[in-house]
Ligand binder design. Sequence first.
Ligand code: 4FV
Length: 243
Amino acid sequence: MKIDILTIFPEMFGGVINSSITKRAVEKGILEFNIHNIRDFSLNKHKNTDDYPFGGGPGMVMMAQPIMDAIESIEGYESARKIYLSPRGRVLSTEVAKELSKDEHLILLCGHYEGIDERVMTLIDEEISIGDYILTGGELPAMVLIDCVSRFIDGVLGCEESAQDESFGDGLLEYPQYTRPSEYRGMKVPEVLLNGNHALIAKWRREQSLLKTLEMRPELIDKCELTKSDKKFLDDISKSKEK
Ligand code: 4FV
């Protein structure tokens, strides 16, 4: 299996790749790792990879251009399984790890700060989360994924360590984030985020969180406190689906 990792902290991966079962797997030719520094693909002279979020809010958002160019620089990226490590994703489990271990080529995108421009998702196959908590970056989740997936690849573990025999937030998912430019590759930032109306922006963000949660983690809906407008929004969604 070939694993390409996209990060702004490549130095974080030295440990996980050059030790333990993954080091052994590389030496045996079972695993191949390529680490790509997203900063190398930034087109601005300061090599920035992040900017302020449209619509305001805390933190910074990673720009689409460096990430999308980095992904497209990888040989065979079209056929690889392109995974964004994110709290919005399918939660990593033994079953998911077993499924991923059958892939020939994984591309792991590690976000940082408040996350990435939503337009990057047009190149991503799926989001995977290592659990319902917020980390500083996607690097540690990528290492967790590498570790647990590697264990299911034939030959990585000695027969005595076989993984086959192993057993085992406000509560809504994050709304889509965007940053400059307001249009990139023909994809425009939602108008509501550009007009500066904070009430409308907050409404849009809440609704987007409800929609993303309904789509990705419906079981979380029942566990979180919904306002009257939340419930009306969800009722309207379910009625529109019935039509
Ligand atoms: C995460 C998780 C996670 C969110 C913002 C990185 C951070 C920052 N990734 N499972 N839990 N990611 O917290 O995968 O960009």
